[in-house]
Design a protein around this ligand. Sequence first.
Ligand code: 13P
Length: 238
Amino acid sequence: MRQTLRPLIAANWKMHGDLSWTSKPSDFAAIYPASERGHLDVLICPPATLLASMNDGVLLGGQDCHAAVSGAHTGDVSAEMLKDAGATYVIIGHSERRARGDTNADVNAKAIAATRAGLIPIICVGETENERDAGQAETVVSDQIRASVPDIEAYVIAYEPVWAIGTGKTATPKDVDDMHNAIRAQVGPTVQLLYGGSVKPANATELLALKNVDGALIGGAGLDMESLAAIARAAPKP
Ligand code: 13P
């Protein structure tokens, strides 16, 4: 039987967008009205500079946060600041942050900070191509989850195989199914599990139909509201 968790369709805008993009939530709502999507949540995580100016129409989130509430951390943003600017979620431990030095311990501390601020952390995990080729994908991901997920009640896991991000290479439905089943066994029945890595309107239906895929974390295709809406419409009704 398919899962019954509420689908979460999340766009990670990464370092894209200027103030003219702050009307995109209302553009999205015009394409896919809220009255037709009561069964799912749609989230946009814009650059922090845009967060406070974003229009209504979807949920909003940050792309990373510092573990501290405030302090001498030039260039960083705290979870409390994101919350203050309108966020309800924050992405933590994206592979692009891990590649720049975030360890599992950092991700763990940031997830605690997110919870402290009243945000739901979306904790990203995923193996590299070499790790997959060596048959270590499930071990790598379960180790990342063990070390980067603190003892908190509410969180989301995003499985994003590093080799599938921004490459146009999507993991096969069988690979995603196997990994999500393994993650489900590790984290239990109530945690939403998102797949990320070259999700597009053309492959969303197949991926979102998998038993333990409760949504998607979308990069490139989430910059365009027509394609984000097409992906969101592909989410099955629980
Ligand atoms: P793409 O959808 O562009 O592959 O990016 C995925 C991603 O990194 C979302 O966080």
